[in-house]
Design a protein around this ligand. Sequence first.
Ligand SMILES: [Zn+2]
Length: 293
Amino acid sequence: MGGNDVGAGRALGIITLVVSAVLGSAYLLGRSLVPGPVRTDSAVTATGADHPEYADQSAPVDTEPRADTEPRADTSQPPPGGEPNGPEQDPSIGPMGTRVGTGTGGVALTFDDGPSPDYTPQVLAILREHHITATFCVVGENAEAYPWLIQQIVADGHTLCNHSWDHDVALGARSPEWIRTDLLRTSAAIRAAAPDAPISWYRQPGGAWTYSVVSVSRDLGMVPLHWTLDPSDWRAPGATRIATSVVDGVRPGSIVLLHDAGGDRQGTVNALYRILPELTSRYDIQALPQRGM
Ligand SMILES: [Zn+2]
């Protein structure tokens, strides 16, 4: 028995390492590269008077400062990939079963935190110009405030994704019933604007996934959607840096994280004028499937 236990422990250790290294790297990087203080500055400078500040690189669920661990072994989360998919693991599936790639050679652009009357119409116009569709991870209170933008997103053939009611980065740490209420309220606001549009995806604000939020979103028929490439456009580094990050970083199967709301997003909009010609010449750019995966 003792030998078996040691063997099982070693196997589990190896599996955990492999999953962490191969599947979890993008995920963990996305969580750990941006230190808290930067986000705080951004919140101060980028918040419009009438816009809540959203950012998908914001603090993880547990905001306690942790001085030592690097790379971040996020002990607030269960270990990633408890149940590997077998020897041939699907690289588009990340920690806790979140989606971290398109699963095809194609590239998916995702726009978070909207809709916003300032930026969403501009993004829609550019996408239309290039005859491509994208995925919009919308916040419930914004869907309620700007139903015509939800309708425009749907009319243009884009895919909708639930991004919680008010961008609660700590949502995953709340009770399953709380999470469920939040996600249902958000989907109801989207459906009030676009009754027939499928909402097959859920993206946790801040990428702060927990098993609870993954489980509830799945129960509600949504696939938990993370990302592959984060150019940190929410920090408003300017159009050139955003465009370079995307154009240089994108690979076949990438899911790209961008923002059309939650602060000054004109840099993101302007970056699209360079990103889209480059990417459409190299990749098939498409919204994630409306019915999930
Ligand atoms: Zn967000």
